[in-house]
Ligand binder design. Structure first.
Ligand code: RP5
Length: 167
């Protein structure tokens, strides 16, 4: 019997309150047939758990970590500091400053420890999944073919929208 494949992507959120945004990441990954593990852990509230998760992520079979946090969004930086896996950061709009705080605290990493930071909120959550697929697609022709199809469909939708306007 074939063993069930473990998820290759981990979605790590600073709070359960990030889920309405991060659900888009999980659902976008699913469109490409990629399952994910979803965890809630915080750089501030559960720092030990966050570090332990990051340190063991590669050995646990993950290929990409997608982190999400709002406000003083240090989670992705902490994860990136404790793993050699690529970390994609989604800045979540917090309770003030319209997410600019989250964006800057996620993106402004020192040299040597990147967090591939995407847009604030829903667009970023979707793009984090797309970027993870593109990273994994480097070694997976089937996944690359799905990405070609995805882009083709996206273009067709735009062309159809334009055609509807011209009609
Ligand atoms: C961050 O603080 C979380 O990622 C969340 O975006 C934000 C607010 O968290 P809660 O106070 O809603 O749990 O750590």
């Amino acid at each position: 019997m074939e063993a069930t494949k473990k998820p290759a992507v981990a979605i790590v959120m600073g709070s359960q309150t990030d889920w309405p945004v991060m659900e888009f990441t999980r659902n976008t990954l699913k469109k490409f047939g990629i399952e994910s593990t979803v965890k809630v852990m915080s750089a501030h509230r559960t720092p030990h758990e966050a570090v332990e998760f990051a340190e063991s992520a590669a050995d646990n079979g993950y290929e990409v970590i997608i982190g999400a946090a709002g406000g003083a969004a240090h989670l992705c930086g902490v994860l990136a500091g404790h793993t050699v896996l690529p970390v994609i950061g989604v800045p979540v709009k917090g309770w003030s400053l319209d997410g600019l705080d989250s964006l800057l605290s996620t993106v402004q990493m020192p040299k040597g420890v990147p967090v591939a930071t995407v847009a604030i909120g829903k667009a970023g959550a979707i793009n984090a999944a797309i970027l993870a697929v593109q990273i994994m697609g480097g070694a997976d022709a089937e996944l690359r073919a799905k990405m070609v199809e995805y882009k083709k469909t996206m273009a067709e939708e735009v062309i159809a929208a334009d055609a509807a306007l011209q009609a």
